[in-house]
Design a protein around this ligand. Structure first.
Ligand SMILES: Cc1cc2nc3c(=O)[nH]c(=O)nc-3n(C[C@H](O)[C@H](O)[C@H](O)COP(=O)(O)O)c2cc1C
Length: 157
């Protein structure tokens, strides 16, 4: 059963996003794909983040995150937004401070800034429910998804 489960999970498809957050002077960004819209009115998003991520700590402390929709041409951002050096992730790419205080990547399809209104821990990832408080749409491009990445995040990396 475990093998079948893994096979099925590996064939689920998701968008691949850059999630940014901040607390006081600390900023960070990470790649996230366990993400979904969960309500239209109010506009709510859910992001499942493992507690061992640095971003998790900042999200808990600040109660805020920004979700960036990136294009298929921006696959290189996946390499940039991993690793321990938060400052390095934002070096030499255009970004600004958003209404929420989160770093906002200006070159992306669109971005939604969220205020975290609820948090659940049903398993090994924390589900952060964010109410969208600000949104910008920049460009009509094809969004990056797990089909382009040829892998699916299974909760372990
Ligand atoms: C395609 C892809 C999707 C990912 N999705 C998630 C996710 O939804 N939740 C999560 O906690 N980690 C996810 N990760 C792993 C984190 O991006 C990774 O552990 C990151 O280094 C955490 O950064 P931080 O510790 O600086 O916050 C994903 C990684 C990749 C490559």
């Amino acid at each position: 059963m475990k093998e079948m489960l893994q096979k099925n999970m590996a064939h689920m498809t998701y968008g691949i996003y850059i999630l940014t957050t901040r607390f006081e002077d600390a900023i960070n960004g990470m790649v996230a794909s366990w993400v979904s819209q969960v309500s239209y009115e109010p506009a709510l998003l859910m992001a499942a983040v493992h507690p061992n991520r640095y971003s998790h700590e900042l999200m808990v402390q600040s109660g805020t995150f920004a979700l960036h929709i990136i294009s298929k041409e921006q696959k290189d951002l996946l390499n940039r937004f991993k690793g321990p050096d938060a400052q390095e992730k934002f070096a030499s790419i255009p970004w600004k401070k958003g209404m929420s205080g989160c770093p906002i990547l200006t070159d992306c399809i669109g971005v939604m800034e969220c205020r975290i209104i609820q948090r659940f821990s049903p398993g090994n990832h924390t589900l952060f429910i964010g109410e969208v408080v600000n949104a910008a749409f920049n460009a009509e491009r094809a969004p990056l998804c797990t089909l382009d990445y040829e892998r699916t995040y299974l909760g372990k990396t």
